[in-house]
Design a protein around this ligand. Structure first.
Ligand code: HMG
Ligand code: MG
Length: 296
């Protein structure tokens, strides 16, 4: 049985734009406001990471300070450490996210520390955020494969997910960072994690590099998972696979979910317009097949 409703966690303005050519702060603000108008309730709008590592996100404070905030919408930000958290709190993030990995090498390359060190580093971030009444989401990367190590064991994914959940993350987002997963593998991985973390506290975050993301999500939906991350217009690339696409396009996800009779609360034509506008600003066509099909 599929869930009646799915909550979409829109990551285009962060995961998408962190991997695209830089756009202006105003372009980002328009995108985020358009997403809210289309009915998206959870928007990852910013990332307080080192601007030397990800220059595209350097204006995150200005973005969060200048967006018109729609009631009922959560605007969140990535915060890898206490410095990022303080910047996010200052800029008025409603929610923050820490991001770890199930691969040692990826952890080193992405956040410059081992998995164990990252967990030590996240502890005060979670503690401080919870004291400030700010919910913390946890990401686990490389849940279906690593660009450096190849196969990743599902038990390691489950282990790291359980640690982050027990530390106080209200939801764990399982990232197929390089989009290599296939349906049966995805489902087995999710079931292994769901043995340790309640399935209603899990989210799927599938990149679409190999065109498998929709199939993987469909294979997972029967387990009861009902939170899915996606990126409008399929924004984003992948630094580990040249020419690759980004996250699954939100328009394609919404089309499939509505076709299955699953509610999302999202207006698909408005969403496609939002994606087309930011694609135009980037000088590219939308990465969503649905947006291409429904745009006159
Ligand atoms: P580090 O070099 O080990 O950190 O980087 P450090 O504490 O030694 O600081 C070095 C410099 O960075 C210092 O500046 C700090 O002030 C500055 P300097 O003295 O050299 O001028 N710094 C910061 N500046 C702004 N904001 C901060 C911050 N922290 C330190 N928060 C660090 C460690 C984590 C900072 C670095 O590795 C980093 O920024 N990594 C982020 C990488 C990233 O953003 N990756 C993409 C997001 S994750 C993702 O996309 C996966 C996901 O989508 C899920 C999936 O798909 O699997 C979530
Ligand atoms: Mg991602």
């Amino acid at each position: 049985m599929y869930p009646k409703q799915v909550s979409i966690f829109e990551v285009g303005a962060r995961d998408g734009l962190q991997n695209e050519q830089p756009v202006t702060c105003q372009n980002k603000i328009i995108l985020i406001e358009d997403l809210a108008k289309a009915g998206i309730k959870r928007i990852e709008a910013a990332s307080f990471v080192s601007p030397k590592w990800v220059p595209q996100m350097a204006d995150s404070g200005d973005v969060l300070r200048n967006i018109f905030r729609q009631t009922g919408v959560t605007y969140s930000a990535l915060t890898p450490n206490l410095k990022g958290l303080e910047l996010a709190l200052d800029a008025g993030a409603d929610e923050v996210a820490i991001f770890g990995a199930a691969s040692e090498t990826f952890s080193q390359r992405n956040i410059n520390c081992s998995i164990d060190e990252s967990i030590e580093r996240f502890a005060p971030v979670i503690e401080r955020a919870i004291t400030a009444n700010i919910p913390v989401r946890g990401y686990v990367s490389c849940v279906l494969g690593c660009p450096y190590e190849g196969d990743i064991s599902t038990s390691e994914v489950a282990r790291v997910s359980e640690i982050l959940y027990k530390m106080g993350c209200y939801e764990i987002s399982l990232g197929d960072t390089i989009g290599v997963g296939t349906p049966t593998h995805s489902r087995k991985m999710l079931e292994a994690v769901a043995d340790k973390v309640p399935v209603d506290k899990l989210a799927l975050h599938f990149h679409d590099t190999y065109g498998q993301a929709l199939a993987n999500i469909l294979a997972c939906l029967e387990t009861g998972v009902s939170v899915i991350d996606s990126s409008v217009a399929g924004l984003g690339g992948c630094p580990y696979a040249k020419g690759a696409s980004g996250n699954l396009a939100t328009e394609d996800l919404v089309y499939m979910l509505h076709g299955l009779g699953i509610e999302t609360g999202i207006d698909l034509p408005l969403l496609a317009q939002a994606g087309n506008k930011i694609s135009q600003a980037l000088g590219r066509t939308s990465g969503s097949k649905v947006a291409l099909a429904i745009t006159p």
